[in-house]
Design a protein around this ligand. Structure first.
Ligand code: NDP
Length: 423
């Protein structure tokens, strides 16, 4: 691998040539990398060792009525049926008056971990006397936040073991996600801790377990809108409530329940230029807050309605990070009419609940494969090597066979080509 030393110092063109020279690429593959590198000058500055742009499809989800306001939701995902399911879930809720949401607080948390503490209780008590000074240090490290009416709000000390403590800092990061701002503030606090308080700092960084940045969405569905084939609306509602209870009881089911929720949330997070790894880790940590991993949403029968609720940590931003850099993010914010981080929080909680409703509705009625696989057929046929103009006719013949595997997709494609060539 010596030939790749200081790859990042080479020009983009030289990097691709080097890959060719070392037999990592054939000419067709190199041509594809070049063709896909649409924003190479911008993206070469965003990531290290850049070679090309990896694009994902973007679509729109409709029917969202959130706190009496209509939204069109841009979603970026590679998974077929996510956007259709989102629109389906949202349409059911729209018929029932839409989502209502609640923002609990909007603070980001960060930690300074202090090690080799002799007497943790005593050290915490002493640290508490220093909180006003430490809050001031944090604010001085990023003064523009104060000008925006944000800034460091509070500190707390948690004893993690006999000799390790966590000093937690809560910051109002206004319209940003705030990771970098928080880390700057934490490092300033850590420096003072080491220099004048004589604490030994192990590390300082934000926490993605964003328990002080929670948002909830709720919806209330009359049974009649849930009727499906030979099942009454009440029967469907009972089954959804029971499926939700299973996701509270069983981590195996809960993980899949939450994956469905994150299908929608991640797609909006990516479309709005936010950090989906941060949202994912926070959501799953929150799902395990009781000590057992559980479903993030619940559905229950109450006063003759099916009532769905979700609460998630949503430390998202509408400025900062890559939001101002990736040109499509501004377009997506405009499409969705999202102007504030709080509004985006409400949207993602509602999308998570809509996505979950659509998945549970399908699961307890006709099964997930019916709708899902119809859309997956296109991917199957493309993966079998179909050209774009061949996809629809081959999907149609594959559908008629009732088969859904890669071998059958290849055979359907071969048969289609044979029929076409014989004509
Ligand atoms: P930035 O570092 O870009 O900071 C936010 C920027 O937005 C600042 O420059 C700020 O200006 C500007 N800004 C403009 N208007 C506002 C406003 N109304 N409210 C707040 N800020 C405003 O981004 P973040 O601090 O948000 O960090 C997010 C990035 O950090 C993401 O890319 C994430 O991937 C990454 N990250 C995530 C980590 C994690 O999750 N564990 C760890 C480290 C990084 P000014 O400078 O004037 O205040």
């Amino acid at each position: 691998m010596r030939e790749f030393v200081k790859f990042y110092q080479k020009k983009w063109d030289e990097r691709l040539q080097l890959l060719r020279k070392n037999d990592c690429l054939k000419s067709m593959e190199e041509a594809l990398l070049r063709k896909q590198a649409i924003n190479f000058s911008l993206n070469d500055t965003i990531v290290e060792n850049y070679i090309t742009d990896y694009t994902l499809p973007e679509g729109l989800s409709f029917h969202y009525l959130i706190d009496n306001q209509k939204y069109i939701i841009p979603m970026v995902t590679e998974e077929p049926s996510v956007i259709a399911a989102s629109s389906h879930g949202a349409a059911l809720v729209e018929k029932a008056g839409g989502f209502t949401t609640e923002l609990h607080e909007r603070l980001l948390l960060g930690q300074v971990i202090i090690e080799k503490v002799q007497d943790a209780q005593k050290f915490c008590s002493y640290l508490e006397t220093q909180f006003p000074r430490l809050l001031e240090i944090a604010n001085q490290a990023h003064p523009s936040l104060l000008r925006r009416k944000g800034g460091a709000r509070w500190l707390r000390c948690r004893i993690l073991s006999a000799h390790i403590i966590s000093l937690d800092l809560a910051v109002d990061v206004r319209e940003a996600m705030g990771a970098n701002m928080m880390n700057t503030m934490l490092e300033a606090v850590a420096q003072v801790l080491e220099q004048s308080i004589k604490g030994q700092v192990l590390l300082s960084v934000l926490s993605n377990y964003a328990t002080e940045c929670l948002v909830s969405a709720k919806c209330k569905l009359p049974f009649n809108i849930l009727e499906k084939n030979n099942l009454s609306g009440k029967q469907v509602a009972d089954k959804i409530a029971l499926a939700s209870r299973v996701a509270q009881l069983d981590p195996y089911r809960a993980a899949t329940h939450n994956k469905g929720i994150m299908n929608g949330i991640d797609a909006v997070i990516i479309a709005t230029g936010n950090d989906w790894r941060a949202i994912e880790s926070g959501a799953h940590a929150f799902a395990a807050r009781s000590g057992q991993y559980r479903g993030l949403s619940t559905w229950e029968i109450k006063d003759g309605y099916l009532v769905g609720k979700i609460t998630i940590p949503a430390p998202v931003g509408v400025v900062g990070g890559s939001i101002g850099i990736v040109p499509l993010v501004a377009v997506n914010q405009k499409l969705a009419h999202i102007k504030s981080a709080r509004e985006l929080e409400k949207v993602i909680a509602s999308v998570g609940l809509a996505q979950n409703l659509a998945a549970l509705y399908a699961l307890v009625t006709e099964g997930i494969q019916h709708g899902h696989m119809n859309l997956q057929l296109k991917s199957l046929v493309l993966a079998a090597g179909a050209h774009l103009e061949e996809v629809l006719p081959v999907v149609e013949s594959l559908r008629k066979t009732g088969k859904r595997d890669a071998g059958s997709a290849k055979k359907a494609l071969q048969d289609y080509r044979k029929r076409r060539d014989e004509q």
